[in-house]
Design a protein around this ligand. Structure first.
Ligand SMILES: O=CC(=O)O
Length: 279
């Protein structure tokens, strides 16, 4: 109540109720995140409150984690360490713990932005054959950087050996990764999500993974967060779940903190913010 600025993280909902409670002094909301689906932008705009966020500084870190999660899922690393530790490691067996490799594969990106480009740049040296992407419209400047081809949503589903979700959570993308998508994907496909849990219909994903419709999924984000430990997805060997750590390096979290603080201070002083969200 009565505060001039709010610095928040992605788990804190900034909605009408909170803004009402804060009252008319509130000038700026600064979130320490690139995502802003936890902010009611209409309500903020209506009240003339400025918004800061932290794009760019986390791109490399998030892309790196996405590649790590993709490899952990496709090469079954979590299962493998578990087997090694718990006595499952017997004689060398021809097809034991086989996974899927990136060489000669098609990688699909759902929502091509800075992070999608950074992921593709990192995957290219693994000898990926082709990058494809879909978005609301073609994004030639970004796509040219990674020689990615624009395809329809259906083609993305059909052609991808690896599918990385990199889009923001909006009304349009809510639940977009559902049975319609999974049922068109290849049996060997690996689904990776480091954006927001809300883009995935988790019941459909569970069905797809447990019936072998797709080969595996790596999720850094879920609904809800934390995902309850009894959630069915945790029972699946072909589902690797991380606790939303994509930007968790010391360097990146320090950069995000500093940027969020500087956004807040600039907003309070009525100066241009280093990274302001245009409302
Ligand atoms: O998920 C993390 C972020 O939005 O920064």
């Amino acid at each position: 109540q009565g505060c001039d600025g709010i610095l928040c993280v992605l788990t804190e909902k900034i909605d009408a109720q909170l803004l009402e409670a804060a009252g008319p002094n509130l000038k700026v909301v600064s979130t320490m995140s690139v995502g802003f689906d936890h902010l009611s932008l209409d309500e903020l705009k209506k009240r003339g409150i400025r918004v800061g966020y932290t794009p760019d500084v986390l791109t490399d870190c998030v892309a790196e984690l996405t590649v790590a999660l993709l490899l952990a899922t496709s090469r079954r690393l979590i299962e493998a360490t578990h087997e090694a530790k718990t006595g499952g490691w017997g004689t060398w067996r021809t097809l034991w713990l086989c996974g899927h490799e990136l060489a000669n594969s098609t990688v699909g990106i759902l929502g091509l932005g800075r992070i999608g480009v950074a992921i593709a740049e990192r995957l290219k040296p693994f000898k990926v054959k082709k990058f494809i992407y879909t978005d609301v419209a073609p994004r030639p400047e970004l796509a040219n950087m990674i020689e990615a081809e624009y395809v329809s949503f259906d083609e993305l589903a059909k052609q991808s050996d690896f599918l990385a979700v990199c889009c923001a959570l909006t009304q349009e993308t809510h639940g977009i990764c559902n049975w319609n998508l999974f049922s068109k994907m290849k049996k060997n496909a690996i689904f990776i999500n480091t954006s927001r849990g809300g883009v995935v219909n988790q019941e459909d994903l569970y069905e797809a993974l447990s019936t072998g419709l797709i080969a595996g999924a790596g999720l850094d984000v879920t609904t809800p967060e934390p995902l309850p430990t009894h959630h069915p997805l945790f029972t699946l060997k072909n589902c690797v779940i991380l606790p939303h750590i994509a930007s968790a390096s010391y360097t990146t979290r320090n950069a995000m903190s500093a940027l969020a603080a500087n956004n807040l201070l600039a907003g309070l002083r009525g100066e241009p913010m280093p990274k302001e969200l245009k409302l």
